[in-house]
Design a protein around this ligand. Structure first.
Ligand code: 04L
Length: 630
């Protein structure tokens, strides 16, 4: 109790009458005067008078409020100036009736509670009762409904607040960058990970805390203010809009059915659950739940929407928002195989774009380099540590390539931040040798990983599909930015913890001034991943990346084999262009997957799908439901 008091600003105090609540039987109907306090988080009432507060008698957390409305005069025990606070507690609804001295006092309280509850993210019901449920009549005196929980008969009031919207309307909105001048309402965001400042000028983030965004005009680092008034830069991908589903630890935005099963099975706890976007029905959601009951470990439930726009899994229990549905099923199995317990433990926060907000320059004294992971004509890649964070470091071999193009790669990478692209952390350019520092991926290149685990992985088409989907997501991001990769292949993707796959680029295809590399006739040119228009006219585009993606899918489903094995580059050109032939279906590859590959290998680039199309088709396959995979 003490901590509640010390941390909150009191907004309103009054002495008001309240009808006693007997939550179980509704028998007593007497009234008591109470010292009411509204603060940022709670509506509380105490013994005592206005001047002197006694013992706390009750407390409603504002996020649980579902409606704050007047009660029609004379409807409650013949009294005037009554208002009601409907709230949700232990998966049930309750209504607190409060009597004000006059309409003015009533109006100010109703508005204040309603506004503050909305500010705290309360999900208001669409309708309420302006009368009350009477025990003697066993019905509502406003609408003749017989059940205490019957839906309301009057449309509920919402305060006009521009930044408050129900979750389901918030989602499709694009975030628009607003700098200073036109900014009117506060942009309230919630941290979904902790962040320790790496540089002067960064702001610490604590998971679950709220922050006001002051400037989001930069892409990866925003300026924010915490509750205490501290200001500084934060990684933009560590916060989410306050009413977005993404602030909930049980929400996994666009993961596949396969991935949800992998995550829940790894956690292996009864009742472990998550909510994800449904891939078979865009805009809808699926609940995935782990149980040891029976042979099926993970069950998937569609979250449906009724005619009033309420969400439900079992139609008897519909609620205005998904968090409400989750809350209900945490307390009642309500038709599920078991009650919802905890979401999966999250392993690690995503990479930030750079280690701090400002410069990308890394102090070599903060950097330790270790074992070599690979080497090439440009230099070597080593394992390393930046102040205890594991990193991979590319060290330039002097004289092999212009320093400029080495730095150019890093510059390009500063523009990119996506969970399926290798993340740049920084560069060392002020000291020799110059270096590029990126996140470390524990298991190395995808082609090697596939070959190493071939026997196991070829039995798991869903895991292989999941690899393809992740690469596809990274490529969607590049395509959207009109960025052409030019060297997409399994050898240029990396595998990390929990089967995470990221698109990388080790070849530096676009910077090397080496004909062997850049000319399609050269020995180093990736002919086996190139479409006819690249082989004939060096015409690169996102559609040439799509062709390469098809070959990558082939690599994945063949367990890391070399495409067109045994064929020389020149033979491949002939095979693909002159004979118009294609790679054959790998033995263990499902027909439907091979169809997608063949679509990527249309001779005419304009007939190939784009990466967003591919993403949709692949996640449709991953959702199982409509199509059998094998
Ligand atoms: C292992 N783990 N090898 C690794 C790099 C690794 C690297 N983890 N990283 C290698 C790009 C550009 N640049 C790395 C992408 C890559 C391993 O080698 C470095 C880049 O990827 C990470 C610097 C820069 C891009 C160090 C583990 C090996 C650019 C993509 C276990 C064996 C533009 C799209 C065994 C657009």
């Amino acid at each position: 109790m003490a901590s509640r008091e010390s941390s909150c600003n009191i907004l309103k105090i009054d002495y008001l009458m309240k009808r006693s609540q007997n939550k179980n039987t509704f028998t007593s109907e007497n009234y008591k005067g109470r010292h009411f306090v509204l603060d940022e988080y709670y509506l509380r009432y105490f013994d005592g008078k206005l001047e002197k507060r006694g013992k706390e008698k009750g407390c409603i957390a504002l996020p649980n409020v579902r409606a704050v409305e007047n009660v029609e005069n004379r409807m409650l025990d013949n009294r005037d100036n009554v208002f009601q606070v409907m709230y949700h507690e232990n998966s049930d609804f309750f209504t607190l009736y409060i009597v004000a001295l006059n309409t003015d006092q009533r109006d100010t309280w109703v508005t204040a509670i309603r506004q503050q509850a909305q500010k705290q993210g309360a999900n208001f019901v669409p309708k309420y009762h302006k009368g009350v449920w009477t025990k003697t009549l066993r019905k509502y005196n406003c609408c003749d409904q017989l059940y205490r929980n019957a839906p309301g008969c009057e449309v509920a009031t919402h305060e006009q607040q521009e930044n408050v919207m129900p979750v389901q309307q918030q989602r499709p909105q694009q975030q628009v960058s607003v700098n200073g001048a036109s900014k009117k309402e506060a942009k309230v965001y919630v941290a979904i990970y902790d962040y320790q400042p790496a540089e002067e000028g960064d702001l610490e983030l604590a998971c679950g805390e709220e922050y006001e965004i002051l400037d989001d005009s930069r892409e990866h680092w925003w300026q924010a203010k915490d509750k205490k008034g501290n200001q500084g830069y934060i990684p933009a991908n560590y916060v989410k809009r306050k009413f977005d589903l993404e602030i909930y630890d049980w929400y996994y935005k666009d993961i596949t059915r396969q991935r949800s099963e992998a995550i829940l099975q790894e956690d292996n706890r009864e009742g472990c659950f998550l909510v994800r976007d449904s891939s078979s029905t865009p805009g809808m959601y699926t609940l995935s739940l782990f149980t040891n009951e029976g042979s099926v470990l993970v069950r998937h439930y569609h979250i449906r929407k009724d005619s009033e726009g309420k969400f439900y899994i079992s139609d008897k229990h519909a609620y205005p928002s998904i968090p409400d549905v989750v809350h209900y099923h945490k307390h009642n199995s309500g038709g599920l195989v078991c009650r919802l317990r905890e979401p999966p433990r999250r392993h690690s926060a995503p990479s930030t774009a750079g280690f701090g907000h400002g410069k990308w320059e890394i102090d070599p004294d903060d950097l330790e380099t270790g074992e070599q992971l690979g080497s090439g004509c440009f230099g070597s890649v080593n394992r390393g540590k930046w102040r205890n964070t594991p990193v991979a470091v590319k060290v330039m071999k002097c004289g092999t390539m212009s320093e400029e193009s080495f730095v150019e790669e890093a510059k390009t990478m500063t523009q990119l931040n996506h969970p399926n692209l290798v993340q740049l952390y920084g560069v060392v350019t002020k000291a020799k040798p110059i270096m590029i520092v990126v996140e470390l991926m524990r298991f190395g290149a995808l082609n090697n990983y596939l070959a190493r685990h071939k026997n196991r992985l070829l039995q798991q088409p869903m895991t292989l599909l999941e690899f393809c989907i992740q690469v596809c997501k990274g490529m969607c991001y590049l395509e959207q930015r009109k960025f052409i990769h030019r060297d997409l292949a399994a050898r240029n993707c990396l595998v990390g913890q929990d089967h995470v796959v990221k698109v990388a680029d080790f070849g530096l295809a676009r910077y090397v001034i080496d004909d062997e590399y850049t000319s399609s006739a050269g020995t180093k040119f990736p002919v086996k991943w190139a479409p006819p228009e690249v082989l004939s006219y060096t015409r690169f585009s996102s559609k040439s990346d799509v062709w390469a993606f098809g070959v990558l899918m082939w690599e994945v489903f063949s367990g890391g084999e070399m495409p067109y094995s045994g064929m020389k580059n020149l033979d491949v050109v002939d095979y693909v262009i002159t004979s118009n032939r294609r790679l054959q279906k790998p033995m263990m590859c499902p027909e439907l997957m091979f169809k997608v590959m063949m679509h990527c290998w249309e001779a005419k680039p304009e007939r190939r799908p784009g990466f967003p199309d591919l993403h949709q088709r692949l996640s449709g396959l991953a959702d199982g439901g409509d199509y059998p995979l094998v």
